[in-house]
Ligand binder design. Structure first.
Ligand code: F6R
Length: 256
């Protein structure tokens, strides 16, 4: 696991954008796993500005709210269209976002998994972390082997996401999310976290025991993880000086 601490969210995002841009240039038909929420907003803005070629890329989003029409302004369909897809030349047929309106959730989820396998798996999975330690919407005590399925949000996550709905009561209780096992199958995971309110969950995920109580901690078991964070999110990492030192002394060939 490589932990890259930068002074600001913008600086940490730039490192992440260079990583993604490098992959897209090297592998134009790459498969990307994408996240929503406030964390990747800057990343998508930077990628748009780079004017990369998205024509052959395939994307799979982590999650979507159950029962929310794709046209709803707080749906992750709307989020992705607004913040990324309408600004790049991606082929619509290559975009995959869980269907929160599906009438048969288990069947849809099995098909989502099958589609990921059919394109050869995810090359790079973008992740944010919830204040409860979730990745995707895999809330605490999610099975570390879970696949795409329905989950019930915790009260804390509903509170955290109320900002996207205007009021807490409007936040759906259920979501479809890629599982932890699904995320762990990605060849490379890129975790972003910004701000003081992520510091505790991040420290538990990166330096605590691997536990379903902090689902992001499973990433310690993944062979290739890059973590890009700002100073505030890194503030509770006990080895933060070491991570900075390691990044500053990276061999030239390893630089992002
Ligand atoms: C979003 C997702 C979530 C978020 C997490 C952080 O697709 O899967 O895990 O990454 O809840 O959300 P923000 O970025 O809004 O703090």
């Amino acid at each position: 696991m490589e932990i890259i601490i930068q002074p600001t969210p913008a600086a940490a995002t730039s490192v992440a954008a260079r990583l993604l841009a490098g992959l897209i240039r090297k592998k134009p038909a790459a498969v990307l796993g994408l996240a929503t929420g406030s964390t990747p907003l800057l990343l998508y803005r930077e990628l748009i500005a780079l004017q990369l070629n998205w024509r052959k890329l395939t994307t799979f989003n982590l999650d979507e709210y159950v029962g929310l029409d794709p046209a709803h302004p707080a749906s992750y369909h709307s989020f992705m269209e607004e913040n990324l897809f309408r600004h790049v030349n991606i082929a619509k047929k290559n975009v995959h976002i869980p269907d929160g309106m599906t009438r048969d959730v288990p069947k849809f989820c099995a098909r989502y998994e099958k589609k990921i396998r059919a394109v050869g798996g995810v090359d790079l999975q973008v992740l944010g972390i919830g204040t409860v330690g979730h990745i995707g919407f895999n809330e605490p005590t999610s099975s570390l082997a879970s696949r795409t399925r329905i989950k019930t949000l915790t009260a804390q996550t509903r509170r955290d996401n109320a900002k996207f709905f205007g009021q807490e009561e409007a936040v759906p209780y259920h979501v479809i999310t890629m599982g932890i096992g699904t995320i762990m199958d990605a060849r490379h995971c890129l975790l972003l976290a910004f701000g003081k309110k992520k510091a505790r969950a991040l420290a538990a995920a990166l330096e605590g025991p691997i536990s379903a109580m902090n689902p992001a901690s499973v990433l310690q078991w993944h062979p290739k993880v890059t973590v890009c964070v700002d100073e505030e999110a890194a503030s509770e990492l006990s080895l933060r000086d070491y991570y900075r030192w390691a990044y500053d002394h990276k061999p030239g060939w390893q630089k992002i």
